[in-house]
Each structure stands twice: as C-alpha cells, then as structure tokens.
Design a binder for this molecule. Structure first.
Ligand code: BGC
Ligand code: MN
Length: 340
C-alpha cells in the first residue's frame, strides 16, 4: 500500500517535470529573439565588466617605459643610498582602496610641510608633482589627501601634492588651473607632472605615479564608466606627462571655461606634435570616482575644439595670465589660490 502511494507520487512528479520542460522549450522557441536581446543588454550593463580592448603596456614591460628622473635636491640628499626597487610594486599590484587607507592618515609624521614625501630607506628614482585642481569640494579634498598620501608612500617615490584652487566665481577652468600648477611644479624642478581630478581615487598600487616616455592616461578603468574606456582619445581624469613635454606642447588651452572638451583638446595637441599617448592595462588602471552631481557641459566647448588647432601655439602656457592670491604650505599640500 505504502509502496503504491510512493509510486503514484513519483509518477505524478515526473509528469509535472515533463510538462514543465515541454512548456519551457515552447517558451524559449517563441521568445528566443527577445531573450537574446535581453541577455545582450544584461551583459552590456553588468557592473564591473572589464573592457580590456585598448592597446596597453604589458605588465612586464611597464618598468622599461618609466622615465627615471628626480629633482636635484633628492639626488644630492640620497647620494650613496641604494635605489628603491619598483618591480615588486608593479608586479604585486596590491588592491589599495580599502580600510584603513581610505579613512585615516597612517602616521603622517614623515610628510613634510607642503605635502612632500620621499622614502628614507632607499633612494627614489622618480620625483612627481601631483597637481590637483579644485574649488569648493572640501569633503572630497579631505578624502583625497588622506588616501593619496597613504597610497603614494607605499610606492616609494618622491612626490609633492599641489592643490590649485580657482579663487573666483567664473566657470571652472580646469585646464588653466593645470597650466598654473605646472608653473609652480617646474619652479621646484619637478620633472614629472600628474594632472589629477580631486574626485578620483586610484585603486591599484601598481599604477605608479611616475612619468612614462609617452604621456599616459592613467584612469582608463573607471567605475563611473563601469570600468570601460569610453573612447580611445579620452585623456581626462588623471594623466601623467613629463614637465618638458607639457611645456613643449604649450600646456593646455586657457579657453575652455566650464565643463568638457579641454581634455580632448589636450589630446589633439599631443597628437599635433606627433606624440603618442599610452596606458597601463585595466588591472593597473582602476579608479573609483567620489560621487557628485554631473556638471552641465559648456556650450562653446565644441566650437573651441573644432578650431583648437589654430591656437596650439598661441593659447596655453605662453599666454597664461592669472593672479596669485596666495600660496600656503599646509601639512598635506601646497595650496595655490589663483584668480583666473
Ligand atoms: C568631454 C570630455 C570628458 C568626456 C568624459 C567628453 O564628451 O568632451 O571633456 O572628459 O566626455 O566625460
Ligand atoms: Mn568628476
């Protein structure tokens, strides 16, 4: 009796399963097109999807691409010391964007006034001026300074943080502020510039904050763009460029006030001098963007972009006019207040 009952239940469930499978197959047959479109859409919008489809320097070739150069005072101070080793940092490429690095400044006693640091145990091979353009984003600046000092000290390079603040009410002129920053950095003999937005946090320690032989787009794998590179000519966010190359291309245009276009113009300037840019791979170029409202694109950016090539030699470092309101040396950064 019991056995019969069991059999019966068993038969019923097999019947149900079979019926279900038949229905499923019918459903798939009828809707295959919709399903394909839906799955493709899902793949496209899937968060964290890598698109490593851009040319980049393979990890084991990164070291050979770096430009070894320091400020003169560092090479004097470090004479006789063993050079720092960077191969391990590049290869191990630790993921850094995690506690405690993002929330607390870890032992800041070795950071010099003005936001300068160099390793004490070995002689650094690189000196970098990190130029951060800024206005009215105090929380972001705070978060950036804490994290970037924790991050950069682990890279064993010599660096100094410059914050260039636009001290007026005109539309934000990102490119002009970078031009201004380059003036202060080159006065202090920095051979390498990193032009940095305040809201971008590098996540991979192997993304060395030093210059490569070619100007480098450093944030090709940004979470805001689901870690995709939007277009090959994207050259905004964070870039590194040798000071002498920045000067050679006459810096950036001073004309792009308001959001957008200035980085595209910068890219065109580089190409116009027959120079190429480069990138590290996506796993060395991940950044996270701190949240903020999207600015309205400026109306005249496209017009300036179109006729940009007429102005490369006359609009830039050689036409830079601004007023220095003040330069303050803070514990974590050199603060330049500029009226544009
Ligand atoms: C703008 C650039 C900007 C990029 C990514 C482009 O349309 O011209 O300035 O960096 O979009 O947001
Ligand atoms: Mn931003």
């Amino acid at each position: 009796m019991r056995l019969n009952l069991f059999k019966c239940i068993y038969c019923e469930s097999v019947g149900h399963i079979r019926a279900f499978l038949v229905k499923l197959v019918q459903f798939l047959r009828r809707n295959w097109l919709r399903i394909t479109v839906f799955v493709t859409f899902l793949i496209c919008v899937w968060p964290n999807r890598y698109a490593p489809h851009y040319p980049y320097i393979p990890t084991d070739e990164i070291y050979d691409e770096l430009v070894e150069k320091t400020t003169q005072n560092v090479s004097h101070q470090m004479a006789g010391k063993l050079s720092c080793d960077y191969n391990e940092v590049i290869k191990e490429n630790h993921f850094m964007y995690r506690e405690p690095y993002i929330s607390t400044l870890l032992d800041g006693s070795d950071i010099r006034l003005g936001g300068e640091w160099m390793p004490s145990k070995c002689a650094p091979k690189f000196s970098t001026a990190v130029i951060v353009v800024y206005r009215q984003r105090e929380q972001q600046l705070n978060a950036f300074l804490i994290y970037i000092h924790n991050f950069l000290r682990k890279q064993l390079i010599h660096y100094r943080i410059f914050v260039i603040e636009q001290y007026d009410q005109k539309p934000f002129n990102r490119a002009m502020l970078f031009n201004i920053g380059s003036v202060y950095a080159s006065q202090l003999d920095f051979p390498c510039l990193i032009l940095h937005d305040v809201d971008l946090m590098p996540m991979n320690l192997g993304n060395l904050y030093v210059c490569t032989q070619r100007p480098r787009h450093m944030c090709s794998s940004l979470d805001k763009f689901r870690f995709n590179l939007l277009y090959h000519g994207l050259f905004g966010g964070v870039v590194s460029i040798e000071t002498k190359v920045f000067q050679f291309i006459n810096g950036m245009s001073n004309k792009f006030s308001g959001w957008g276009g200035e980085d595209d113009d910068f890219y065109e300037r580089i190409k116009a001098k027959n120079l190429e840019i480069c990138r590290f791979g996506p796993d060395h170029s991940q950044y996270t963007m701190l949240k903020h409202e999207q600015e309205l694109p400026s109306e005249n950016r496209l017009a300036f972009l179109r006729n940009g090539s007429l102005r490369y030699n006359t609009d830039g470092l050689n036409s830079l006019v601004y007023k220095e309101k003040e330069v303050k040396l803070h514990k974590l950064f050199t603060h330049v207040l500029a009226i544009t």
